[in-house]
Write a protein that binds this ligand. Structure first.
Ligand code: SF4
Ligand code: FES
Length: 384
């Protein structure tokens, strides 16, 4: 069986036109958030606190047009996400539209609702790969984090995905309650026969930002996890790809978020707003355009939101004169907005940022309050 990346590039190689390599900003990946509906209640969810109603969601006909336009614009890879994309009764139709448009498709799912019949229909419709999220390796803890009895369903769905020959990624969001179980989590991924394991430290947006004092691991937990992940990655070379995403709250450099604003990625949220990243809608002083009113091509090339933080012209000091400005693109606009109050600032995860102390103080305070921070303070995602 091909690995995820080999499969991805093999499936799209014939479509690449030489002209595209001259284009400076071109979307390669589309995250299609089909719905905010979800049977789980994870407290680290990065969906907005105000979830969209199903009545406002794009229809399958609208998604068909969007997927066609995305392919015309150069997108190669679509991730169907949410919320839980399996909550959409018309998912098969939308996946077929991606296939017809020539896109490589990945289902990003909790696996709740992935019955044998549904999985077979998705295969027939042309779905290329599946990513299943797990909350832990251990059932009681996993169900507690998910706020639902879902762990066994996930194990069965992972077996089903392998039986139907889908390339499989297991994704586990790490935080204070599950990060010490990393050896067992790696073992679980091995047992499922996954091609890829993504160990993603929580990114603090949406519900996760609301819960960050309780979710943030300690520095020693992170160091320990980093070592375990490094050893596992070496041991599993050639069998399973392992990705460990470092949390930037503990790093001196910010992540090159989305590979730069409006450079290679776009998200369409359930109500049709096109965003440079999944959480950009939370930046209050930006006006985003909707695919119900504008073409995707116009939004990508002309809209003020997609152009606002492109390139390096917009950058404040110290980014403007920094040797890393084409490496991390000034970090994350959403994190700058959440923590400093304005998206125009350097990401405070950067040690050169004049706002770095806001992160450092938070990390120190969280460490001091460790014994007092009760799990009872966690706000589980409320799906209403
Ligand atoms: Fe990146 Fe800006 Fe920090 Fe330089 S100053 S490392 S460009 S965030
Ligand atoms: Fe929005 Fe980083 S999450 S720019």
């Amino acid at each position: 069986m091909l690995k995820y990346h080999e499969c991805f590039f093999a499936s799209v190689a014939v479509k690449i036109s030489p002209d595209w390599f001259d284009v400076k900003f071109r979307p390669y990946t589309l995250l299609a958030e089909l719905t905010h509906q979800c049977p789980l209640h994870c407290p680290y969810c990065s969906n907005p606190l105000n979830l969209a109603s199903p009545l406002q969601e794009l229809s399958s006909t609208e998604w068909e047009r969007v997927l066609r336009e995305a392919a015309e614009l150069g997108v190669l890879h679509v991730g169907f996400s949410g919320g839980e994309p399996l909550q959409r009764a018309d998912l098969i139709q939308i996946v077929s539209a991606a296939k017809i448009a020539g896109l490589y498709s990945n289902l990003i799912t909790s696996a709740v609702g992935l019955t044998r019949r549904r999985a077979e229909e998705l295969k027939k419709a042309g779905l290329d790969s599946i990513q299943i999220s797990f909350q832990s390796d251990e059932e009681v803890l996993a169900n507690k984090i998910a706020g639902a009895k879902a762990h066994q369903t996930k194990l069965e769905a992972a077996r089903l995905a392998r039986e139907l020959a889908f390339p499989l990624t297991i994704n586990v969001v790490l935080h204070r309650s599950n990060i010490d179980r990393l050896p067992e989590i790696v073992a679980l991924a091995e047992e499922t026969g996954a091609d890829r394991l993504e160990l993603a430290n929580t990114q603090y947006y949406g519900w996760a930002f609301r819960n960050r004092a309780t979710l943030l691991p300690t520095r020693s937990q992170i160091e320990n996890a980093k070592n375990i992940a490094r050893e596992a990655k070496q041991r599993l070379t050639g069998r399973m790809e392992l990705l460990f995403v470092m949390p930037d709250y503990y790093s001196g450099r910010p992540k090159p978020c989305m590979n730069g604003w409006g450079r290679t990625h776009l998200t369409i949220n359930p109500t049709g707003y096109a965003l440079p990243c999944p959480t950009a809608g939370e930046i209050k002083n930006l006006a985003f355009d909707n695919v119900r009113e504008k073409s995707l091509g116009w939004i990508w090339n002309e809209s003020s939101a997609f152009n606002r933080f492109r390139g390096s012209e917009w950058m404040p000091m110290p980014c403007r004169d920094c040797e890393f400005r084409e490496v991390d693109f000034g970090g994350c606009r959403c994190q700058a907005a959440l923590i400093t109050g304005t998206a125009e600032n350097t990401d405070p995860a950067c040690s050169f940022s004049p706002h770095r102390s806001k992160l450092t103080e938070f990390v120190e305070l969280a460490a001091q309050r460790l014994d007092q921070t009760s799990e009872r303070e966690i706000v589980f995602r409320d799906n209403r």
